[in-house]
Design a protein. Structure first.
Length: 351
């Protein structure tokens, strides 16, 4: 098998974290508005940033989100400042990011395989799909997969597809049922209090102009194609690619009646998450080594410099044979071993 290069994200490992509280205000009546009692207990995330992080300018339009949960749903709300509110796609499972959109990514067990993607535009048109593996690892998207019981709503403060309107923002509410999300979750169940899932959000924003009373994408005269879209996210990726689940944020599900902060205050990451990240860095190096030399290596010295090895917090064991490799390292408490292999799958075996 030929392995393509896997670009290593140019970012420090510091994903955003969020304490997701229990919903306490009764059933959610979805209308897309966030200024109602249901959302009062939920803190806002920090403002979204460019997908590449601090190396890029801060977005010119504010985006932020809230989260809650109960026995039936994972609730997400997002608010997007916008003076140009438009959408064109009306058919479910269209490629929604061809419009401005809001996106949700969820990896329940944090192994970077079997995760969910959800997109919604200002017309309340959705695209939901399941990824077997990230595209870099050859995993196909399951476009026919649907979130059964999904509930969504959009609110527009202004006018949709109306350049003459006084537009201020658009907002969304999404209720994602555990009955669907549990499919890829640990033990096939919803989260339990104190457990975290990997989550990220993205906002796609295209440059538009008004022609004949309607919005159209701005065209780059040098290419004859629309200018590339902006990608604004909650937890930056360090690369223009959302399909690096290892860089998504951490959402911990709080118990009822427990005040554990929330929103941008977040929580400290368990030390094992840094062990996983260093294994992930070695996975990038192995994939890139194969792309350059046609083979994986069992020699750590071929993957990292002596200076880097001195800074590593793990003592990895590297094995390679033919078209496969496996790298392992002890858990931070010594109770178990983490492994990663050539297709990016990461797991733990208890000792």
């Amino acid at each position: 098998m030929n392995y393509s290069e896997v670009p290593e994200p140019a970012i420090e490992f510091a994903p955003k974290t969020y304490v997701c509280k229990r919903a306490m205000a009764g059933p959610l009546v979805l209308d897309g508005r966030i200024d109602k009692p249901f959302w009062d207990a939920a803190a806002w995330t920090g403002d979204f940033v460019d997908i590449e992080g601090d190396v890029r300018p801060k977005p010119g339009k504010r985006t932020r989100a809230k989260m809650l949960w109960d026995d039936d749903y994972f609730y997400v709300a997002a608010e997007m400042e916008e003076d140009e509110i438009w959408a064109t796609l009306t058919e479910r499972d269209s490629v929604i990011f061809h419009d401005n959109d809001f996106e949700i990514f969820i990896d329940p067990d944090g192994d970077s395989h079997l995760y969910y993607e959800f997109e919604i535009n200002a017309l309340n048109t959705v695209w939901d799909l399941l990824l077997i593996k990230p595209y870099r690892d050859g995993g196909p998207p399951v476009n026919g997969w649907d979130i059964r019981g999904l509930r969504t709503a959009v609110h527009i403060d202004g006018g949709l597809n109306d350049p003459s309107a006084k537009n201020r923002l658009w907002s969304v509410e999404v209720a994602l049922p555990w009955a669907a999300l549990r499919e890829c979750a640990p033990e096939g169940r919803p989260p339990v209090p104190g457990e975290f899932w990997r989550v990220n959000f993205s906002r796609v924003e295209w440059q538009v102009e008004v022609q004949d009373g309607r919005y159209v994408k701005k065209t780059n005269p040098e290419t004859g194609k629309p200018y590339p879209e902006d990608n604004w996210v909650w937890s930056p990726q360090g690369i223009v690619n959302m399909h690096y689940p290892e860089l998504w944020g951490y959402v911990v599900f709080a118990d009822e009646g427990v005040d554990e902060g929330g929103g941008s205050t977040g929580f400290p990451l368990p030390q094992d998450e840094y062990v996983k990240w260093e294994l992930r860095r070695l996975y990038y190096r192995q994939r890139n080594h194969h792309a350059r030399f046609g083979r994986f290596t069992a020699e750590l010295t071929e993957l990292v410099s002596a200076e880097e090895r001195n800074a590593f917090g793990i003592r990895p064991k590297v094995e390679a044979a033919g078209g496969r490799f496996e790298i392992s390292a002890a858990a931070s408490d010594g109770k178990g071993i983490f492994y990663i292999r050539e297709d990016g799958k990461l797991w733990k075996e208890r000792s």
